[in-house]
Design a protein around this ligand. Structure first.
Ligand SMILES: [Mg+2]
Length: 241
């Protein structure tokens, strides 16, 4: 690409919705030991069921908080947890998360702040598409010092729907009620990728969480980047029609 074209591209507006996953994409837990979120889930499962270690029998990455709660209750022997039981579990989880997060804070992944700031500067509508319930998402973003980058009213959360694709649909509708803009999902798990494909969105995957690059490509990611930084805007520009 010629230098002048590159200059034009660097200032090109981004007419799109970009939804970010949170865990493993924007932020991560302490360098050693479980995150405050995992600790909180484990503590709730112990309190509700009387059983230890249920959190080690379910998958967390890419799942919604309600899915994780349901999986742990089923693993304890509960036949089919009711919506009321899941609501109560998740409410208890948020309290446990808040009480632990000061001792085990989250930290932003390298380059995230620059990546999101440039998207705002270029006119993209930036939101969240996460399995965290809204209050959990807020607590984690505040802990990592990233809350100022996001308007929480622009997002889909684990308390909006039971499946990740529906969570993303809700997030998109809150960002772009007309549904006219292209949508790009940024996430770190095959669950993010598949949900993006399910709603007809583009997906940029980052191998900064529990999954490596080949598994994200195999899931169908349109673009894989090693990590987030200020060049994300150009990556997205290349992807858009
Ligand atoms: Mg994630």
């Amino acid at each position: 690409m010629c230098a002048s074209c590159r200059t034009v591209q660097s200032h090109a507006r981004l007419a799109c919705v970009v939804l970010f996953d949170i865990d493993g994409t924007l932020l991560t837990g302490p360098t050693t030991g479980p995150s405050a979120g995992v600790e909180a889930m484990a503590a709730c499962a112990r309190t509700v069921t009387g059983q230890d270690g249920l959190h080690r029998r379910v998958e967390f990455a890419g799942r919604t908080d309600r899915q994780i709660a349901r999986d742990m209750l089923v693993a304890s022997g509960a036949a089919s947890p009711s919506p009321h039981q899941l609501d109560a579990f998740v409410g208890r989880y948020v309290e446990a998360l808040r009480s632990r997060i000061g001792q085990r804070p989250y930290r932003p992944l390298n380059g995230v702040r620059e990546a999101v700031r440039v998207l705002h500067d270029r006119g993209a509508i930036v939101g969240l598409g996460t399995g965290n319930v809204r209050l959990g998402a807020q607590a984690k973003l505040e802990s990592a010092g990233l809350a100022d980058l996001f308007d929480l009213d622009r997002g889909g959360y684990g308390d909006d729907a039971d499946t990740r694709d529906e969570v993303l649909r809700v997030g998109v509708s809150r960002c772009d009620p007309t549904g006219s803009l292209p949508v790009i999902i940024v996430g770190d798990t095959p669950y993010d990728v598949r949900a993006a494909l399910d709603i007809g969105a583009l997906c940029v995957a980052v191998p900064t969480g529990m999954y490596d690059a080949p598994s994200l490509i195999e899931a169908g990611a349109h673009r894989l980047v090693a990590g987030l930084d200020a060049t994300l805007a150009d990556e997205l520009r290349d992807l858009l029609p």
